[in-house]
Design a protein around this ligand. Structure first.
Ligand SMILES: [Zn+2]
Ligand SMILES: [Zn+2]
Length: 138
């Protein structure tokens, strides 16, 4: 009988299930801190390190996506379908946005270079609808 390799077989973790549920319940692209603050009440012995570890596992399993902004600024989302982001320069909101020509961008980049393009990341910066409304109201 073959012995199971510990770090390949992920133990079902209640905390990890809740992290995934929380991420699926929001479109806000939260940070690990945001998740930690919410789960701390449910799991008093939870540490931020455990949240990060579980996020890494979920990311490796392809269940969530990590948006790299540099360690503590990294944001996470459960929307794993290809999409772009609109980023508000006022409030920092990250809003999902699907460009109709998503695949074309990859194809044309591949044609222009000898690079095998597998994915791409485009972020649009500006002012979100909420902030625009606020500035009009003032
Ligand atoms: Zn905004
Ligand atoms: Zn997103």
């Amino acid at each position: 009988m073959q012995k199971k390799v510990e770090n390949v077989t992920y133990k079902q973790s209640r905390q990890r299930v809740r992290i995934l549920e929380l991420l699926r319940s929001t479109t806000e692209h939260p940070t690990a801190d945001w998740l930690y603050a919410r789960l701390k009440k449910e799991f008093p012995r939870l540490s931020l390190g455990t949240v990060y570890r579980n996020l890494t596992i979920l990311n490796d399993q392809g269940l969530i996506k990590k948006i790299h902004y540099g360690s503590t600024f990294d944001r996470f989302e459960a929307n794993i379908t290809p999409h772009h982001h609109l980023i508000c320069e006022e409030c920092g909101a990250i809003i999902d946005f699907i460009m109709p020509n998503y695949d074309e961008i990859i194809a044309s980049a591949g044609k222009l270079t000898d690079f095998t393009v597998r994915s791409h990341k485009i972020e649009f910066f500006g002012i979100c609808a909420n902030c625009k409304e606020k500035s009009i109201a003032q």
